[in-house]
Design a binder for this molecule. Sequence first.
Ligand code: PMP
Length: 434
Amino acid sequence: MTDRTTRSEALFERARAVTPGGVNSPVRAFNAVGGTPRFIASGQGAWLTDVDGNRYVDLVCSWGALLLGHAHPEVQAAIAAAVSRGTSYGTPTEPEVELAEEIVRRTPVDKVRFVSSGTEATMSAIRLARGFTGRDVVVKFAGCYHGHVDSLLAAAGSGLATFALPGTPGVPASSTALTLVLPYNDREEVAAAFAEHGDRIACVITEAAPGNMGVVSPLPGFNAYLAETCTAHGALFISDEVMTGFRASRLGQWGLDGASEGWKPDLMTFGKVMGGGLPAAAFGGRADVMAHLAPEGPVYQAGTLSGNPVATTAGLATLKLATDEVYDRISLVAETIRTAAGKALTEAGVPHVVQSAGTMFSVFFTDEQVLDFAAASSQDTAAFAAFFHAMLDRGVHLPPSAYEAWFVSSAHDDRAVQAVLDALPAAAAAAAAT
Ligand code: PMP
């Protein structure tokens, strides 16, 4: 049992005095589940150690970034060597060329531009799509998260194909007035939006397989339909693989649909895994579209730390180590944990649905299949909170929200997996008791 949280509590109090909510990204604060977030002192392989000395099997993996687990020795060595040469020069460097070449080899993009966060990647991809097409309207799907880009922090307007309202104070209505928010997996709504606004739509942006409302796979052919529809109307298809890229499979979600179906996104965004645990992200795509970007073309985009040599070295080391065997191990671990979670919840009589996209998965505390955000929102979040805390008490750190994917790494060995399996029945019983 992990009942010692004195130091985390003390740090949380200090943090709240100097940082809003005590955290630098909202979901870390445990607002959705209650209680004190654990302040982590170190990570090793599949395990986290908090400042009170408690150990947890990590099923967050830095929100998907750590494909190889914490402190992988070869990634650490590559980072240390890069740091010893200096941390940033503000000039082109070799590692960024090598990482760009690796991404171009492993994805359908012709060219990439590096940035420092997924938010910057989607923001820049949208600017480029607008600059390339000369159009202004952006289509997104409810429940898909693309970072905190003003125009994408949008809530669906009322009625079919109406423009969106800001989803947060601080975003002017004018920033979302050109955003259409549609229900995910709904071809008819996409067709209706294009029928009404087709010649104004610059792009459709979607998570390649949404992971930010829990994991909701695209229905068979949905991404292909989006790609075709965009092409037919002269719009660009932006596939956001910040979460799924190099994780859902070796080729991301595209490896699970586009590669075999024979279509390519016009633009893609990447982050998380490709930064190897350091701040790096990218957007890329068709050579003729990317040619519109400064300094080659007129669409402006830049960044002081973009393509940072330490971050690109970490990403390159990670991708080089991410072999088929790594994905095989991650698939096996994911399947073992999701099967056991389903079994424990069934035995405890807790309504649930387990959904996955390649190696990514999540558990919805609801009894209907989840195809869109409306269904995801029908979850019993109190049951999840009880489940979460029972797992945490038994040394398993889940994402602290019912709307998040669970992530594993190739460092999740049999001992770590067994620790998760051992914790599940009592956590399912705790969920049943709510
Ligand atoms: N797109 C997707 C699909 C994401 O999951 C995220 C982050 N969870 C982002 C964009 C934004 O990335 P960042 O947090 O690095 O800005």
